[in-house]
Design a protein around this ligand. Sequence first.
Ligand code: GLO
Ligand code: MG
Ligand code: MG
Length: 420
Amino acid sequence: MIDVSEKLIMQPVPIDRQQALVERLTTACGGAYSPETRRKYYISGPQWAAAYQGQALFHAPTREPVGFEEVIRRLGQLGIRCWTTHDTDVIPTETLGTGAQWETVARIKKSLEENNVQCSMVTTETFHHAVFAASPAAEAPEVREYAAGRLRNTVKIGHELGASYAVYWPGSLGYQVQGAIDETQTLKWYAEGLNAACEQDIQTAAEKNRPTLKHCLEAKPFEPAAEILLPTSDAMLAFIHSGLLTHPEMVGLNPEYLHELMWGAAPRAALARVLLCGKLFHFDINDGYRLKHDVDIAIGLVNPLDWLNVLVLLRSYGYTGPFNLDYKPPRTTSNWGVFSVSLPTAVDRFITLWEMAGEVISDPIISEATDALKAGGGAIGKPVGEIVSANKELLTLHELISHRLFQILIGQHRGRTYSL
Ligand code: GLO
Ligand code: MG
Ligand code: MG
């Protein structure tokens, strides 16, 4: 029996004892992996996720600013082996491309080396600054020239920091009001920017004797433009194969789990389509709700069963790219909580789901059921009615497989039981 009276008289928790309480309860949760174990996975922590202060259109910040030195140091301690950044997360817009930029890049390199963290991906912010009010592929040629310069500059920074990926999220490529832009022309202009980035990459990679980067487009169906020209991963696949890109082989996708869910897609099916095209280069991992805004909740807190399924797909089809923790620690979490609770628990849920996905793949019940379904009922060449009857009982296995996934998710396959 829970002693309700004792619960009710819990004393206020003074501020100087709150971290200790959170720490004690976090430890009591158990299930944390060591930094060494976490380092075995290709997981990256974005500068903008760790440093997110909780601000939004209707929300004032709830956390203090955090610089890259602190973020990289904490990632190293936690065993998150990679770090990712926008150009403007670490370099003020005005100093991009100047000597001051390279001084900052040198400091970043030092931080990365000291903390045994690698920079896996760099991305250009083409949505926040006023110059991108009409998108990076605006009508004015000077805006497009500036945008292309920014993309080229990020490629150079990426090579200097040892990155392997460059990501492009064209959230402002669209419009607020009807009829204002020419969509066809805008997409052609957008392709010119990407082409400039690929050309720069070929040149810089040759100079530095490094492989070229993998250039990854990231789709989001809504926000910040009201209507988006490349709203889904499928739209981006079509764009890559449209003939507009001079190096389509260098360009693939960085799908984000929630961005697919937001428009109502089944993320696993969306990812399967990207995999079939050989374009799954990079993956932003998080969670959220269908047909809602981009809440960027940490992985597995909303849709753990779907996430398990997604990871079964990626393990089955040999995805070896990064898993980028593109989520936003909630505004209710403190600066201390971001590094003590938010990031470690997100990583640990990912690892748990990844390992569970391995259990799904080797589960004898699921394997036998799947094999039986593939064997069919033995009515090849028979009339349609006989084909239906021959498979009638076998098809019940679909539901059984689904039940088994649930059991694996909650640990019943390992003997966890509930008895009344
Ligand atoms: C916003 C996107 C954003 C991108 C980032 C990388 O909704 O998810 O965080 O992932 O700009 O280019
Ligand atoms: Mg993202
Ligand atoms: Mg998002």
